[in-house]
Write a protein that binds this ligand. Sequence first.
Ligand SMILES: [Zn+2]
Length: 319
Amino acid sequence: VSASGPAIGVDVGGTKIAALLVAPDGQVLASDVRPTPADDQSATMHDMVDAARAVASGDAVGVGIAAAGMVDLEGIMRYSPNLAWVDAPLAAFVGGALDLPAVADNDVNAAAWGEYRHGAGLGSTHLLMVSVGTGIGGGIVLDGRLYRGANGFAAEIGHTVVEPDGPLCGCGNTGCWEQVASGTALTRAGKQAAAADAGSVLAGLAAGDADAVTGAMVTEAARSGDGASLAILAGVGERLGVGIAGLVNVLDPDLVVVGGGVSEAGELLLAPVREAFRRSVEGDRRRPEVPIVQAVLGNDSAAIGAAALLFERLDGVSR
Ligand SMILES: [Zn+2]
């Protein structure tokens, strides 16, 4: 069965549920965004169905779901450090409610597939996606196929311990990569800088309340040329670049795509990422350049990718 109608892509995270109606060529035809009910698995599942219904068209061929956590090969969310969910049957529940074929995958796996098919990864064959937001998520395309591993849990790159005595992570470990190289690290360093200097640009942006500093404020201050904020972004970028070098040593991709909210800092983040990457990757001068580029699908990448995964399933390709 080759899909001709659109598919519904649903992206569920800790703060919002986004449903898009997506054409086979990746065009977004309709959208619905609503908040995620706090810590309520059952209510969230029902709201995912409601969001999907809000964008569904009569010729929709199926639904793809992208969720922030460990989603197994059957489309069941087994564990999420950021959602209080256990064993949520995403594909079966949402597909059953809509009476449509359904697939579910990790949100950054879906985002990687979205960028690979319709975004920054066009022309790539081996792609590493690094999504930098509150945490760090990964997605891997190898030989033109999304790599899921034995259980569907591959590319959980943010929870590699890089500082055994570092900050506590939502997964229970200390010093995970996402604790030192994500928006969480940006926010932590920004708060410290504002607390240390009440006359700083960051303290001013937070109206004198150092605890109110956000990662977005650090990026804003860096854009205006604030040296302290530029240094914070460069420090986070360096930790990102070193980690990406390790992943490139393992995977040998032809492209690295950096997405997520923190990537909106653009070159202020990516320039230090590339510098640390070149310094750290094995045999820098003996391998072809690995471009490290910004994602282009933005907040839509996971939902577009989830819809694209559904098309793949229907076409019998890449599963
Ligand atoms: Zn962790």
